[in-house]
Design a binder for this molecule. Sequence first.
Ligand code: FAD
Length: 379
Amino acid sequence: MSTAPQHLSKALIIGGGFSGMAAAIALRKRGVAVDLVEIDAGWRSYGAGISLGGATLRAFKELGILDPFLRIGYAADGVDLYTPTGHSLAQLPTPRLAGPDVPGGAGVMRPALAQLMATATRSAGVNVRLGCSFSHIQQDAAGVDVVFTDGTSGRYDVVIGADGLYSRVRSTFFPDAPQPGYSGQGVWRAVFPRPQELVRPAMWLGQKVKTGVSPVTQNEMYLFVTEDREQKIHIPAADQPQMLRDLLQHFPVALMQTVREQIGEHSQVIYRPLESLLIKQSWFNGRIVLIGDAVHATTPHLASGACIGIEDGLVLADELGRASDVMQGLQQFQARRYERCRMVVENSARLGEIEIAGGDKQEHAGIMRSSLMSLAEPI
Ligand SMILES: Cc1cc2nc3c(=O)[nH]c(=O)nc-3n(C[C@H](O)[C@H](O)[C@H](O)COP(=O)(O)OP(=O)(O)OC[C@H]3O[C@@H](n4cnc5c(N)ncnc54)[C@H](O)[C@@H]3O)c2cc1C
């Protein structure tokens, strides 16, 4: 661990998701004292599996968590794209960015990744406080005073809002920021046993409905189905298994029909409307900065939302460490991140529009391919 730069001895991170934890670990590596407050007393992670590209594995390497990650996840090269009857449309390359011996992509169960990163956060010496948030924040030219919901208080050189899509840091300190926007699609997810023949992620592009599977452990895979839906609605849990079964009727390919037969009324199915957000103005207000979904939330069409949030943590620590003061570090952080994050949010949104319109599959595959190649660029 190096010695903290003079202008940055203490940082506060609000939100202990993937982005906040990555920032915390990266700042500790630079010797910065870090407090992290997480509102959920159980520090739980919701959802089924998550797909991660080579850029995320590269970021894990820099954070020092790649080896344990490879023990809990399922790493593989490439993504297969098919028609609903199983005719091959394309195989997307996933460059090996974390080293020649590490495949170019991976899947993992979300709670397993969250637990791995939480352990790494605590081992790095981050002062984690659960069931806690901010109640009042006031900044002056030299620092930020924070009063917490448990009545304690602290003074920090920088405050990092990593509190997700519905960020309270954003609504408090960035009142002109846009609200999350519904994309016109929802996604269904569930976990199933992995058939031995499924050795890498695959997607089947229907006219308007898309499905895909991604191995998350040696024995399991997660399934997603995206469909267009004009309204952002809540679907009662009891109705979800049958609705997912109905959607899979659009995919005659054998693997999808086998999955379909496994869905019963007690299956754990999660439906979620898709939303996105991109702040085009400043990502910081004085010494308070936003990272991850709080500032750029993407729909999952490129499976890269967690990736760009985790990278934010690395780049923020790097720029704050290199700059001569906090303000310069925050400016350099946004300058280095904006274009990459914009590309992910906007290209993901475009993929969703093509799906909603029942548009050109080759254009869809082309955008996926070029976006994955851009993500391979160094950060
Ligand atoms: C359906 C779906 C599928 C996805 N699939 C993928 C995928 O395959 N690959 C991928 O890379 N990305 C994927 N993503 C995106 C990814 O999940 C997010 O980009 C990522 O989780 C964002 O992490 P975050 O830490 O920025 O925010 P969050 O995960 O939202 O974490 C925010 C944290 O802050 C806490 N918090 C909230 N408010 C407060 C407060 N006031 N005080 C303190 N703490 C607070 C929350 O409890 C939470 O722990 C998907 C997203 C969706 C919706």
